[in-house]
Design a protein around this ligand. Sequence first.
Ligand code: PAF
Length: 279
Amino acid sequence: MPDIFKTPQDLRIYAAKLAAQNKTLGFVPTMGALHEGHLTLAQKALSQCDECIVSIFVNPKQFAPHEDFDRYPRTLEKDAELLKSIGVHAIFAPEVETMYPANFQTTVSVGEISKPLEGEFRPHFFAGVATVVARLLLLVGAQKAFFGEKDYQQLQVVKHMTSDLAIPTEIIGVPIIREDSGLALSSRNAYLSQEERAIANQLNKILISMANDIKSGLPIATIEEKAQQKLLSIGFDKVDYCTIRDAQTLVPPDKNTQHLRVLAAAWLGQTRLIDNMEG
Ligand code: PAF
């Protein structure tokens, strides 16, 4: 089994041991309920670093009161087994009180890149993510940290934050892992009924058709409108956004835009799905 650390002190002892052995550490932050996507991140870490540590912490600060913090799946034993099977060395699984001790007063707030898309629909989200990720990166002290591109905006926010705060961990983005149907792997897929899953499987196909429409030269507004209508017509209950953005800044593209990203967030019942791809 990987070592399971609970406290910053455990992490300091582990870091000292690695330093004494001249070993590098790769870090994968997660909220648990691990799937193939997380394991791919850990495998990437293992391929680039001597050892790999995965954190498992359902971060209350990134959930609004009406969101799914209480029902978010918690499966530590199963997660530890999965991480063991791929040779992960350590798990950091702190209690809420360890991450946010009494009188914790700091919030990390990242600027423009946090504002559109997820920032618009989940205004609390990125401050919660940036605060926990900053604290995790500083506690773990890894050389590299690995984040999935499924949360594309989160990856950009974390890259800005580590650069702005000079946190000495290199942030590495890892491409989305998908089911055969094209559905991006997500811990929240566990909430989907069979019927909802059949609809969810269409999300990526619609993003692919948007990317094809971009290549055909259709106007962006037309592509976005068509895709939003399609999502609703196949059974999504609500579309937060289904849009084409500048891949770096996430604002609507203009004549200076070099790379495009197609991004969507849509609801099936109580479940919110996100996906994205190159445009
Ligand atoms: O992507 C996630 O699972 C979370 O947002 C993260 C990065 C572990 C922070 O809680």
